[in-house]
Design a binder for this molecule. Structure first.
Ligand code: ARG
Length: 467
């Protein structure tokens, strides 16, 4: 800031040397990001402390100036944390707000902090640090959600429910198995989060405006101080890159899609028509006019938040897609998308974890529904293959006739008398009734990853060891 001493009051105190007057009001409004990037204050200050420490270590600034800078930055940190900091829109963003306050606090030494640095690498650093912390938080929250599902799966490893395709009853499954399907989904989301943390674990600071710097800085030192694995390798890419933000948004969009499917299932399951689950009072609302209603609002809002997250992903992809290297101011629009998506994702995971833990499962309703809709028809066909030696296609045909007969009589397959079944195929014996119950059906599906309680328990053990 040494060359800012000639500033007029109205021109910017950071670059006023070249400017005769301040910005138009509209310019200030479109340009300012402090309204949202103040969220990055802790990362900004942490980055500046690491940078000043490195500058002194390399003999670029004096130890005395470093001490003043570090002390001043810590003062600013507590001012902001305690709500005693006045953010100024004229100072545009968090970087200049902090630096201007530092100048007020410690005088000319503040002007040395921006040596060998630009706001381009500074914002890349602050934002990366923020996204990294958010990913770590997301990882933990997903672990909590997975744990909730594991508990419910264990409790319901044997509870039979209808498995659906096309939302039509297909074959009986266990509720535990269904819960474990979500464990797989959120487990994949969590491994995507872990990969993303690995990807972004490179320090941008020291790339400067875009070309690197002539000062003898030590980027490995700042990388280490800030908890990064190593510094980024190309200064142009470093200030142009927002992949880490887009990766966060894609992960959020995919996890959001999973959360939304779960939300949709909860909405369906909690209807009086299905009655598979009852949401706790803590996660439902009443109606102001219809006293009998209990609405799954939280699930519906999770479904809707997913729309917002998708919007943010598409917005940032679109912002970035036409930008020439290196930095362009368009990139300032990255933060609100990520902040909004992060808030939505956190809320959605928290609400779902609560709902999954709290909901009451009506196993009797599930079991009754599992037995309707000829859900064990495949078991009859499989029995004919196994016990009567029929090719599966023929067994399928015979079973189809049995289903048609049961339908015309208005009964279940297991309720057809043996004589009826034998009229359809003479090799059918009364042993067939052993496979026509829903319990026998699920117990028989012991293939790896199948719905048999023994398999579900194997899946639970696999995930318990990894959660
Ligand atoms: N507020 C800016 C942003 O969020 C900081 C970087 C500004 N750099 C610049 N060359 N104008 O992107």
């Amino acid at each position: 800031m040494a060359d800012d001493t000639t500033d007029t009051k109205s021109s910017n105190q950071m670059w006023g040397g070249r400017f005769a007057s301040g910005p138009d009001a509209i310019m200030e409004e479109i340009n300012a990001s402090i309204g949202f990037d103040k969220k990055l204050f802790a990362q900004d200050i942490r980055g500046s402390i690491a940078h000043a420490t490195m500058l002194a270590h390399q003999g670029i600034i004096s130890a005395e100036d470093r001490d003043k800078i570090v002390h001043g930055l810590n003062t600013i940190l507590s001012e902001i944390e305690s709500g005693n900091f006045e953010f100024s829109r004229q100072l545009e963003d968090i970087h200049m707000n902090v630096e201007a306050r530092l100048a007020t606090l410690i005088g000319p030494a503040a002007g040395r902090l921006h040596t060998a640095r630009s706001r381009n690498d500074q914002v890349a650093l602050d934002f990366r640090l923020w996204v990294k912390e958010e990913l770590q938080k997301t990882e933990q929250m997903l672990t909590g959600l997975i744990a909730a599902f594991l508990d419910r799966a264990e409790e319901h490893a044997e509870s039979v429910m209808p498995g659906f395709t096309h939302l039509q009853t297909a074959q009986p499954v266990t509720f535990g198995h269904h819960c474990m399907a979500y464990v797989e989904m959120f487990g994949r989301d969590r491994s995507r989060v872990r990969h993303a943390i690995e990807h972004l674990d490179e320090s941008p600071i020291g790339a400067a405006a875009l070309a690197g710097t002539g000062y003898p800085i030590d980027r490995h030192m700042t990388a280490k101080a800030l908890g990064f694995r190593e510094p980024t390798r190309n200064s142009i890419d470093t200030v142009s890159d927002r992949d880490f933000a887009i990766e966060f948004l894609s992960i959020a969009a995919i996890a959001g899609m999973h959360l939304s499917r779960l939300a949709e299932e909860i909405v369906i399951w909690s209807t009086p028509q299905f009655g598979f689950v009852r949401l706790s009072d803590a996660f439902s609302t009443g109606s102001s006019i219809m006293p009998q209603k209990k609405n799954p609002d939280a699930a519906e809002l999770v479904r809707a938040k997913t729309g917002r997250i998708n919007g943010s992903l598409v917005a940032l992809l679109t912002i970035m897609k036409g930008l020439p290297l290196a930095y362009s101011k368009d990139m300032q629009e990255d933060k609100e998308q990520v902040f909004d998506a992060a808030e939505s994702l956190e809320l959605a995971i928290a609400a779902m974890t609560g709902m999954v833990r709290d909901m009451t499962v009506n196993t009797a309703r599930m079991k009754a529904a599992a037995g309707s809709g000829y859900s064990t028809a495949t078991d009859l066909a499989d029995w004919l293959v196994r016990e009567a030696g029929l090719p599966f296609r023929d067994a399928h045909h015979v079973t189809g006739r049995a289903v048609a007969l049961a339908e015309s009589k208005g009964c279940d397959l297991a309720e057809l008398p043996l004589s009826d079944l034998q009229a359809i195929h003479p090799d059918i014996t009364d042993k067939v009734y052993d496979v026509l119950t829903v319990e026998a059906s699920v117990a028989s599906r012991k293939s790896f990853g199948g719905t048999a309680p023994s398999e579900v328990r194997r899946q639970i053990a696999f995930w318990r060891a990894r959660n």
